[in-house]
Write a protein that binds this ligand. Structure first.
Ligand SMILES: C[S@@+](CC[C@H](N)C(=O)[O-])C[C@H]1O[C@@H](n2cnc3c(N)ncnc32)[C@H](O)[C@@H]1O
Length: 248
């Protein structure tokens, strides 16, 4: 199976290149070189052409090669997911939502939403992803967009004491049932403990569309996905931004 198609749940080993989990401070030169050699810099085909990203595209050899050849874990960070695209578009179009605010991008992947938050004037941005390679991708993508690197946390934040963020953003994080359940509980705590503003980008995934979640969200904006994103996402045509606001 080709890598892009396999990027939906298969975990691979062979991580000789992999940095340690924790707060990411420096770029491992070997991983950096691997990412630069095996991704393409692009700003086309997404909802945010003003953000450049290193992504896995059909012009990269691993798009076509068998997934078993890939030496890292699943490269979720090399795809700009429809949920993240809608969320980033929303932050760029509505900078007042982030200006002067502390922002946590939970499940940051390639870091596009963290980058959109910075571009729109957030005072502090933390990108969090449990994949340490995603942390490196975020740093490279900040550089591409001529931004200071955002700090990266690669621990599972769902296991840590909650900080009082002004805004928590999550792009396309409701793709797995167990994760979705954990996120929902964590977001409820965040909302009730700190009054945190919570925005979710989601294209209508099953785990997000159930009644227990839909009772707690309100749609703020919906975007038609560009044709290349539709083609890569099996028939999805739109993606939306939702305000998470549980009722007592
Ligand atoms: C579908 S991707 C979305 C990436 C990005 N937000 C976007 O929309 O393009 C989901 C990301 O969440 C990360 N992830 C999964 N579980 C996580 C957790 N408990 N905490 C933080 N990140 C997590 C994965 O490593 C992956 O990069």
């Amino acid at each position: 199976m080709a890598l892009r198609a396999a990027c939906r749940g298969v975990v691979r080993g062979g991580l000789a290149l992999l940095p340690q989990r924790g707060v990411h401070t420096s770029l491992d030169p070997e991983v950096k070189a691997f990412l630069e050699a095996n991704t393409e810099v692009t700003n086309s085909g997404s909802l945010t052409p003003e953000i450049q990203l290193r992504l896995l595209t059909p012009r990269c050899k691993f798009w076509w090669e068998r997934a078993e050849q890939w030496p890292l874990g699943d490269p979720y960070w090399a795809i700009y997911w429809p949920g993240g695209q809608a969320l980033s578009r929303y932050l760029l179009d509505n900078p007042e939502v982030v200006r002067g605010k502390s922002v946590l991008d939970l499940g940051s992947g390639c870091g596009a939403t963290a980058i959109a938050a910075k571009m729109s004037g957030a005072s502090r941005v933390l990108a969090n992803d449990i994949d340490p390679v995603a942390g490196i991708a975020v740093t490279l993508n900040c550089e591409l967009n001529r931004l200071e690197p955002v700090p990266i946390l690669t621990q599972n934040i769902l296991d840590l004491k909650q900080e009082p963020w002004d805004l928590v953003v999550l792009g396309d994080m409701f793709y797995d049932e167990v994760l979705a359940h954990g996120l929902q509980r964590w977001l409820e705590n965040c909302f009730w403990a700190h009054g945190t503003h919570i925005l979710i980008g989601d294209p209508g995934r099953a785990q997000f569309s159930g009644p227990s979640m839909q009772r707690q969200v309100r749609c703020l904006a919906e975007y038609a996905l560009p044709e290349p994103t539709r083609q890569d996402n099996n028939g999805l045509t739109t993606s939306a931004v939702w305000n998470f606001q549980p009722q007592p």
